[in-house]
Design a protein around this ligand. Structure first.
Ligand code: SAM
Length: 222
C-alpha cells in the first residue's frame, strides 16, 4: 500500500483555524481523547457506521483521529483513514494492529483539503466531528465529493451552530478561541451545502441531547 505523507500544506488558512494549531491541539488531545470527547460523541459515530455498513466497497474516513470508529465497520468493507495529526494517527494504527482490523487497508497522514486519491474512488466518504475543526471546510467538502463515486454517499456527523437560545450565545462567546480549542463552535450547517455535486438525502439529530447532526448526501454525476 502506498504511503501518503503531506509535510507542508500550501493551502491558505481560513476561518480562525490553521493547520499548525490543529496539529498542536490534537497532539494534546491524543492521550485523553478516547475517554473524553471521544466517549461523549460515540452515539453519532455508531449511527453513521450502522448506516455505512449497509454499503459495499471502499470507505474513506476523513479525520479518522484515534480510530475509535474502526472496529465498528463490518469486515466486508475496505476502510481507509486519513488525518493530519501524527499523534492521533499513532493511536489509530495501534488499534488496527492490536485488534487485527483487517478491513482497515490504509491509515495515512494527509490533509483533507488536498487528498491524494483519484476522482470517483470511494463508495462512501465520511467525516465525523471533523468539519468544524478544519481550516477550510468548503474545500474539504469539495474534496470529499471529488473522491466519492457517482451514486456514492458523503456522510457527515458534526455539531452545527444553534440559531437561537442559550447554546447559540455560548457558541458565539467561544468562537474567537477556535485556534486554542481546535474547534469552530459557531459553524453554520449552510457551509456544508455548497457542492453542486452533492444532494442532501437525510438530516437528523444525534445524541447526546440532539447536540450533533447526522447528514448524508448523494453524489450525482455532473
Ligand atoms: C474531533 S477529532 C474527530 C476524530 C474522529 N473522526 C472521531 O470521530 O473521533 C477531529 C480530527 O480531525 C483531524 N483534522 C483536522 N484538520 C484536518 C485536516 N485538514 N485534514 C485531516 N484531518 C484533520 C484532527 O487531527 C482530529 O484528529
Amino acid at each position: 500500500m502506498r504511503a501518503y505523507i503531506v509535510a507542508n500544506n500550501p493551502l491558505p488558512e481560513k476561518r480562525g483555524l490553521d493547520l499548525n494549531s490543529v496539529r498542536t491541539s490534537y497532539r494534546a488531545w491524543a492521550p485523553v481523547y478516547d475517554k473524553t470527547f471521544g466517549a461523549v460523541t460515540s452515539r453519532g459515530r455508531r449511527q453513521a457506521i450502522k448506516h455505512i455498513n449497509h454499503h459495499h466497497g471502499r470507505v474513506l474516513e476523513v479525520g479518522v483521529g484515534t480510530g475509535l470508529s474502526l472496529k465498528h465497520y463490518d469486515p466486508h468493507l475496505e476502510v481507509t483513514g486519513i488525518d493530519v495529526s501524527t499523534h492521533m494517527l499513532a493511536k489509530a494504527r495501534k488499534k488496527v494492529q492490536k485488534r487485527a482490523l483487517n478491513h482497515v487497508t490504509g491509515i495515512h497522514e494527509m490533509d483533507a483539503r488536498a487528498m491524494e486519491f483519484p476522482d470517483n474512488h470511494f463508495d462512501v466518504v465520511v467525516a465525523m466531528y471533523l468539519i468544524s475543526v478544519v481550516p477550510d471546510p468548503e474545500k474539504v467538502i469539495a474534496e470529499m465529493a471529488r473522491v466519492c463515486k457517482n451514486g456514492g454517499e458523503v456522510v457527515i456527523v458534526n455539531h452545527f451552530a444553534h440559531e437561537k437560545g442559550a447554546l447559540s450565545v455560548v457558541e458565539k462567546v467561544i468562537a474567537p478561541f477556535a485556534n486554542k480549542i481546535g474547534w469552530h463552535s459557531d459553524f453554520a450547517i449552510q457551509q456544508t451545502q455548497g457542492s453542486k455535486d452533492l444532494v442532501l438525502r437525510e438530516k437528523s439529530k444525534c445524541s447526546p441531547l440532539g447536540m450533533f447532526t447526522f447528514m448524508r448526501m448523494e453524489k450525482q454525476a455532473a
